[in-house]
Design a binder for this molecule. Structure first.
Ligand code: GLN
Length: 577
């Protein structure tokens, strides 16, 4: 069959949930057995998301091949259950960088280099290349931003040309718009959608289908009206109203016939989707048999999207344990004040069933994170340290158990005499900050007999003793101190294979024997977690948290939680738009 392209554009506002909508359509096609890939187009001029502030833009998602991408790439991976890479996130920065490099090399000699055709050709080349990379049957292309933005024009022109070249039967345009509900007049307002479709038509694209994003279901009359004004068949106007869980959106769309519609428009045969396991997972999310409360001690606590993959990994891990995971955000700076004084007491943290310190950069809040690791270690609270979370656990252990008072990471104190966490030697020569960390998938050799080994074997990752996880860091546990730390009882549970020859086995994971669950990883296993295939360290963490919750319930433990914000109800939208 010819390769098919599904283009998703957005109208009215950003952060609409286009990523979830695109991913959900992808999930419905995957459930029908198609080979699907997805491309996110980001109209910003940054070459990648690696240099952008997570507080504004949401997390930086890392792929196997070490690309630092938009968080929507993570959503695609989780919904499509595929591994994506560098080629799946196209930005204006990449496109222009290459066009200008080519121009300097003389590749366009004698020509005037222009947005059309040179920039648009480069955009199309990247979309085609993403399809070729995995020999996809269907390529989903999500154009970031909102129709009408100046910066998305070349991308809209490129996708317009693709229909012209590849034919109507091989291309589909889906426009996702906001339909606001006005409480005082009790009606859904369709005008912004009409305007947005008109803008899209103005650049030569007539959408084949609309997905209306709304808070409440849009009544039939509103949908008909929009169909009429937009020139879209009435049965091609779908409604993605706010869902209780993002993973419920594929079924919501399937019930409205989205899957069948896409099949029909692209001339695909009719296939019954296999959605049972997915539906069962959503059922557990809605009706968990038990619950655990997890404290995430981090820096960007007001912006949950900064930790999107982490929260999803906790959800997946909850499903594997039939448990609901209640996330409480604890600002690390609320734990220990600037003067080193305790702000929240140890008992406050001990009220949780698990403590997680996620990845991060910079010194702000670091002492609070060290304290969180200490409370978890001394009170027997399940602890999962991700990247920076492992590094602070090592610092805490060095200071308070191994007798290395004043130990630190050279990231936080350049002149510390005891740099138990130090810059990796290969980082010393690095110039510039874009794409220069240790990035992407790296193997870890899991040490036999460790808890970590049991986790990876219990949760079915078949490749032991080697597992691959994704990385994004510059610092590492300093090999010069590993002996002193292990003498004091710290267990190195994972190392980089083949590094021993260099006299230094990079520490990939640590754990503490005799503790219910105290695990730290240099990698970010959350990036590989999937709805039906949870990440083993996360699944084990939640299993241990469930055990603690059960014990505490049996002991009738009082609820002594600090005043933290709850993650709250889920939105379909997000910073990724
Ligand atoms: N800042 C630490 C480093 O670069 C941790 C990075 C992270 O947590 N991703 O090593």
């Amino acid at each position: 069959m010819n390769r098919k392209y599904v283009f998703v554009t957005g109208g009215v506002v950003s952060s609409l949930g286009k990523g979830i909508t695109t991913s959900s359509i992808g999930a419905l096609l995957r459930a029908r057995g198609y080979r699907v890939t997805a491309v996110k187009i980001d109209p910003y001029v940054n070459v990648d998301a690696g240099t952008m502030r997570p507080y504004e833009h949401g997390e930086v998602f890392v792929t196997d091949d070490g690309a630092e991408t938009d968080l929507d790439i993570g959503t695609y991976e989780r919904f499509l259950d595929v591994d994506l890479g560098r080629g799946n996130n196209v930005t204006t920065g990449q496109v222009y960088l290459r066009v200008i490099e080519q121009e300097r090399r003389g590749a366009y000699l004698s020509q005037t280099v222009q947005v059309i055709p040179h920039v648009t050709d480069e955009i199309k080349r990247r979309i085609f290349e993403a399809g070729d990379a995995v020999d996809a049957e269907i390529v989903l292309v999500e154009v970031g931003g909102t129709v009408g933005d100046i910066e998305s024009l070349p991308f809209l022109e490129a996708i317009r040309q693709i229909r012209f070249e590849q034919g109507r039967e091989n291309t589909l345009y889906i426009h996702v718009t906001l339909v606001p509900y006005l409480g005082m007049s009790e009606e859904h307002k369709t005008k912004p959608t009409q305007h947005s479709v008109a803008t899209l038509r103005g650049v030569g694209i007539q959408p084949d289908s609309l997905v209306l994003r709304s808070q409440l279901a849009v009544p039939e009359g509103g949908r008909r009206k929009i169909a009429l004004f937009s020139n879209v068949e009435a049965d091609a106007v779908f409604n993605a109203y706010d869902a209780d869980h993002v993973y419920a959106v594929p079924e919501m769309l399937e019930q409205q016939g989205v899957g069948r519609f896409v099949e029909r428009m692209l001339g695909l045969e009719r296939v019954t989707p296999e959605l049972r396991a997915w539906q069962e997972a959503v059922r557990i999310l809605r009706h968990p048999e038990k619950g655990v409360s997890i404290a995430i001690v981090g820096k960007y606590v007001a912006m949950p999207d900064a930790y999107l993959s982490l929260m999803e990994a906790l959800k997946h891990a909850g499903i594997a344990n039939r448990a609901g995971v209640d996330i409480h955000w604890v600002n690390a700076e609320d734990l220990v004040g600037a003067g080193g004084n305790d702000l929240l007491g140890m008992d406050d943290l001990a009220g949780f069933d698990g403590v997680l310190v996620p990845g991060g950069f910079g010194v702000r809040g670091i002492e609070g994170k060290v304290r969180a690791a200490q409370v978890a270690r001394t009170r027997g609270i399940p602890y999962l340290g991700i990247c920076l979370g492992m590094q602070v656990a090592v610092i805490e252990f060095a200071r308070n158990v191994a007798g290395l008072a004043g130990a630190n990471s050279s990231e936080f104190d350049q002149y510390t005499p005891l740099p138990v966490v130090d810059l990796m030697p290969e980082q010393l020569e690095v110039e510039g900050l874009g794409g220069t960390m240790r990035l992407g998938s790296w193997p870890m050799e899991v040490v036999p007999g460790t808890l970590l080994e049991r986790l990876y074997s219990d949760f079915n990752w078949a490749t032991l003793p080697i597992v691959e996880e994704r990385h994004r860091h510059r610092w590492e546990v300093n090999p010069a101190f590993v002996g002193r730390l292990t003498d004091a009882g710290l267990v190195v549970a994972g190392v980089t294979p083949g590094m021993a020859g260099r006299g230094r086995g990079l520490v990939e994971a640590i754990e503490l024997p005799g503790h219910p669950f105290f695990v730290g990883l240099q990698s970010h296993p959350e990036f590989k977690s999937r709805l039906l295939r949870p990440s083993p360290p996360f699944a084990g963490f939640i299993r241990a948290a469930v055990e603690r919750a059960t014990l505490r319930a049996a002991e009738g433990a009082g609820d002594a939680r600090p005043a933290t914000s709850n993650a709250g109800a889920e939105r379909v939208g997000g910073a990724g738009g």
